[in-house]
Design a protein around this ligand. Sequence first.
Ligand SMILES: O=P(O)(O)O[C@@H]1C[C@H](O)[C@@H](CO)O1
Ligand SMILES: Nc1nc2[nH]cnc2c(=O)[nH]1
Length: 294
Amino acid sequence: MSSESTDNLNSYEKMQEIADFILGQTEIRPRIGIICGSGLSGIGDLLSEKRTIPYTEIPHFPKCKVSGHRGELSLGLLEGVPVVCFQGRCHYYEGFGMSEVVLATRIMKLLGAKIMIVTNAAGGLNPSMKVGDMMIIKDHLNFLGLSGISPLRGSNEDRLGPRFPSLTDLYDGGIRQIARAVAVSMNIQHEVHEGILAALGGPSYETVAELKFLRLAGVDAVGMSTVHEAIAARHCGMLVFGCSLITNECIVEYGTNREPNHEEVIEASKNGANKFATFISKLVSGLRQQDTIA
Ligand SMILES: O=P(O)(O)O[C@@H]1C[C@H](O)[C@@H](CO)O1
Ligand SMILES: Nc1nc2[nH]cnc2c(=O)[nH]1
């Protein structure tokens, strides 16, 4: 499929076909689905009894092309929990339609996942956040969604969820609590923040004026993804946990001669990837112990 916006993946039957194809490749029946952000595909390397499928082999599946995204999924056991890990995502700015952007989310639901863990690389706007820190997403400000660009636009698929879902407490409070406890157990609580993610359209980074505006609005970190998947996950009844790796400090002053760039984002996520992956795998272990995935 081309990366042009075809937005033609709304068909439940097509999604079921994709899910059936994946289920036919493995005995793993995932309880948790993970979406890996830029440079964070290493989470999938921690899986045992792993079966990896390149997106190019999956019927109808869009092919993501941004560097830092591997373009494959892995099914296996993480801390003994069956999971599916999407190592690479499609972004709206690439030209994909929203139904392609959230396809992985809907597929994990059809594979049987109850919880979605969604991750991304984000710019740190809150001055207390340093490159390499993590931010548990407490809530989001979705600038695309506020103007009607939604994965739920179009006729509703009732087999997935309701026409008018609520997004109150979208990022599950119980899972966030477990994540905070994991941070303490790893002695990284000073590096693990909790805050508001703003989603912008990208692919350009933000202007100084936009960042000043976002700061006034209470935003802690800025990204180009994640919120659409979170909305689609809530729509189809999954619990959502979101976590950002802070890959760059937002430049909120003029004339500094500093600029954000994707190479810096990838470099920072490479450096932070191991700790981030350990944090996510310990969270999965915590979810198993609390029977959240039963
Ligand atoms: O897939 P994510 O949201 O982690 O990727 C971020 C947003 C852009 O794709 C890119 C910007 O550097 O990283
Ligand atoms: N919008 C946005 N997304 C990012 N992803 C990684 N860094 C950034 C950033 O500074 N801004």
